[in-house]
Design a protein around this ligand. Structure first.
Ligand SMILES: [Zn+2]
Length: 101
């Protein structure tokens, strides 16, 4: 059995009525720094490139994907907190990353 811990301050921004379960799950593992980024997969012994899947210029870490990646910063649009509560979503792609246009 695990010991009971205090709720995290960010819990209400992740788990709220009307949230989209897959978005809430992704936000939850992001807050816990458990996203399966390529650098983490490589640490687990999974044979994969550690280069960012979007830009290919740096190691794919959570910080890189959400803060430093040139592609992410140019192509992801963060909705306002008001819109997030309406849709339950968080970043949305301004364009399809797989499209050449
Ligand atoms: Zn990148």
């Amino acid at each position: 059995m695990r010991p009971k811990v205090d709720p995290k301050r960010w819990a209400s921004s992740v788990w709220f009525e009307g949230s989209v379960p897959k978005h809430a799950f992704n936000m939850w593992i992001t807050h816990l720094d458990r996203l399966p980024t390529r650098s983490r997969l490589a640490c687990w012994g999974i044979p994969t490139s550690v280069d960012c899947c979007f830009c290919g210029r740096e190691t794919e870490t959570m910080d890189h994907l959400f803060v430093r990646c040139r592609f992410s910063t140019q192509n992801l649009v963060l909705r306002s907190s008001e819109n997030c509560s309406n849709t339950g979503s968080f970043p949305v792609l301004a364009r399809d990353p797989l499209s050449d246009k």
